[in-house]
Design a protein around this ligand. Structure first.
Ligand code: VG1
Ligand code: CO
Length: 547
């Protein structure tokens, strides 16, 4: 083995987005691309003497990237790296290991819900010692470093055998290969009422879990089938594959269509849909939950979890507070108000929840993008949400449809939808945003499509803990009845721009609680198109993905 310092030059565009650096896999595989970014991380966090966690979602290039990162960590003087067997860790499991072992942070290899494979996407994200995604100040410093980098350090030698559990050495660094599932499963067992869930399954309750050939398969089989007694075969697409078997591992009604079809299939003499369905994404931090014949929107899921969390042992003492990203519906705010606890509204991206959780201000957090989690770790956590739902269903003895009907009857319903317009030329998208940004400040008091604007702005957030201000986090237009829409550009895509249009409208009930969301939102959708001129700028009348 030889320690080498290699001369390199900055590569443009290594700027982390909403969740780490995401690029086409072939870009990441290009000369010195991964090396430059990883060296930039190690330079910023001062790797010498530190301990890190390393793992990824198993997508194509995960295994190669892990070997490079380990050899660079050793060459940069890191003391120890804890790595999941075969370099696999779900994002929440990695967050847990960072905290459990009191390490200095971790490197997560994933492009989350983006497709994988040589023509798909790859990503690298740095998480800090609290287990959460690095805050903006850190990602900005990493980016700045990448623009001036001149060399990187790496051991050259044989690959480590990462299929072998236990301790190995790489130069002066220790590498501990650990079971990716064990510690995470133990944590879940502490948080939830496993006996109640076990009894539920023993009583004939049937579930379908679609792991979409991505990372949660082994976790879900161990927890749901082995520990909780769900029928063998409950988890489908349970083997993580480098290309996710061609699936798009994004748990929403479009990409998890097979699950939706099963959950909505009409009963016959020989078939009844399962009682409960769920899916998770590439790296296991997202979840979709579905009841028999009923889809639960992520914003509603967050509200239901908040309203019922006390049924789980970990939350029996109540919640300190809740937080949601700004585009997420206000359904959870209503729950917080009823419970007399604080609620916070943050920019998009899990990194903004970290300070609130570290300061003990919030227990539960969520985003409309199929992400929910709690202070048990510092990432959103797909299987955690599935288990909390199971815990609630077991303790309430109700179906998903009954839980939702009760919830809406009590709190009213925040009709909600997100429309995504994908692959738009970046300059068109920017031009549309610039025009709208210039107009929002003068909108209050005007009528759009007959709806009176009460307030409109470009969302800025001052972190209540450290006071750091994040600007330009989405344009929002709020009408006098509380309906609203939000427009922002995605920060996770790798091709062109993705325009996200978020739509919300509240119905207090008792009438009008069971409309089709697109129908209920039609006037708001129309207003958004009129004001933003989406068709004029993008040439697109209708969205690619509706969730
Ligand atoms: C999207 C979601 C955001 C989420 C982020 C990372 O970001 O909207 O809510 O936190 O993905 O999720 P954007 O910038 O594309 O809207 V994951 O599961 O991809 O780490
Ligand atoms: Co994800």
């Amino acid at each position: 083995m030889t320690l080498r310092t290699i001369q390199t030059q900055p590569i443009a565009g290594q700027k982390p987005g909403t969740s780490g650096l995401r690029k086409k896999t072939r870009v990441f595989m290009g000369p010195q691309y991964l090396e430059n970014f990883v060296q930039s991380i190690f330079d910023v966090v001062q790797a010498a003497g530190k301990t890190f966690v390393l793992g990824g979602d198993g997508r194509y290039f995960n295994d190669r990237a892990a070997q490079v990162i380990l050899r660079m960590a050793a060459a940069n003087g890191a003391a120890r790296v804890i790595v999941g067997r075969d370099a696999i860790l779900s994002t929440p499991a990695a967050s847990h290991l960072i905290r459990l072992n009191k390490t200095d942070g971790g490197i997560l290899m994933s492009a989350s819900h983006n497709p994988g494979g040589p023509d798909g996407d790859f990503g690298v994200k740095f998480n800090t010692a609290n287990g959460g995604p690095a805050p903006e100040a850190v990602t900005e410093a990493i980016y700045a470093r990448s623009t001036e980098i001149g060399q990187y350090h790496i051991w050259e030698g044989q690959d480590l055998d990462l299929s072998r559990m236990g301790r190995q050495e790489l130069g002066d660094m220790v590498v501990d290969v650990v079971d990716p599932v064990a510690d995470y499963a133990a944590l879940m067992e502490r948080l939830f009422d496993f006996p109640a869930i076990r009894a539920l399954f023993a009583g004939g309750f049937r579930m379908r879990m679609d792991s979409m050939n991505a990372v949660t398969g082994p976790y879900a089989v161990e927890i749901l089938e082995n520990r909780l007694g769900a029928a063998a075969g409950t988890v489908v697409n349970a083997t993580p594959l480098p290309d996710f078997g061609g699936l798009h591992p994004d748990p929403n009604p479009i990409w998890a269509k097979a699950l939706m079809d099963e959950m909505f299939a009409p009963p016959t003499a020989a078939f009844a849909a399962p009682d409960f369905g769920a899916a998770s994404d590439g790296d296991g931090d997202r979840n979709m939950v579905v009841g028999r014949g009923i889809y639960v929107s992520p914003s509603d899921s967050l509200a239901v979890l908040a309203a019922n969390a006390q049924l789980a042992p970990a939350y029996a003492q109540g919640l300190a507070g809740v937080a949601r990203s700004m585009p997420t519906s206000a359904a959870v705010d209503r729950v917080a108000q009823a419970m007399g606890i604080a609620h916070f509204e943050t920019p998009t991206g899990w990194k903004f929840f970290g300070n609130l959780m570290d300061a003990g201000k919030v227990t539960l957090c969520g985003e409309e993008s199929f992400g929910t989690g709690s202070d048990h770790l510092r990432e959103k956590d797909g299987l955690w949400a599935v288990l909390l739902w199971l815990n609630i269903l077991a303790r309430r003895g109700q179906s998903v449809a009954e839980v939702m009907a009760d919830h809406w009857a009590r709190f009213g319903r925040n009709y909600y939808s997100r429309h995504d317009f994908e692959g738009i030329p970046a300059d068109r998208a920017e031009a549309m945003m610039a025009r709208l940004r210039g107009r929002v400040s003068g909108l209050a008091g005007q009528k759009i499509n007959g709806l009176l604007v009460a307030a409109a702005d470009d969302f800025a957030y001052a972190d209540p803990v450290d006071g750091v201000v994040s600007k330009g986090q989405g344009l929002r237009v709020i009408f006098d009845d509380g309906a609203r829409f939000v427009v922002r550009l995605s920060g996770t895509g790798t091709e062109g721009a993705t325009l996200r249009l978020y739509l919300e409208r509240y119905a207090a009930g008792p009438e009008g609680l069971d409309l089709d969301p697109q129908m209920a939102l039609a006037p708001v959708i129309r207003a958004a198109h009129l004001l933003a001129d989406i068709a004029g700028f993008t040439g697109r009348e209708s969205p690619d993905v509706v969730t």
